[in-house]
Design a protein around this ligand. Structure first.
Ligand SMILES: N[C@@H](CCC(=O)N[C@@H](CS)C(=O)NCC(=O)O)C(=O)O
Length: 76
């Protein structure tokens, strides 16, 4: 399962969200303003930056919108 940590006002996040939407990529959205999501990013990746992708099946996580899109492309 893919989890995308994002902020609704972040243009890099919107780019990834648009790509996921256009390509029918299933994911769980995680708004960093909610719950403990912000702390989770810092704990896993070390930086408070969005977008941040977690692939729970492959135990991978990454920053950078272009890297996230490339990663998702290669899953298809
Ligand atoms: N190069 C990054 C830029 C991401 C970025 O600048 N995100 C902003 C929000 S729009 C952010 O999280 N800033 C907080 C920080 O970098 O500490 C990408 O393409 O994902």
């Amino acid at each position: 399962m893919l989890e995308l940590y994002y902020s609704p006002t972040c243009p890099y996040c919107r780019k990834v969200l648009s790509f996921f939407d256009a390509n029918g990529i299933e994911f769980t959205p995680k708004d960093v303003a909610e719950s403990n999501n912000y702390n989770t990013i810092i704990k896993l990746g070390g930086m408070a930056q969005v977008p941040f992708l977690v692939d729970t099946d492959r135990n991978k996580h990454m920053y950078e919108s272009d890297a996230i899109i490339d990663y998702a492309k290669n899953l298809k």
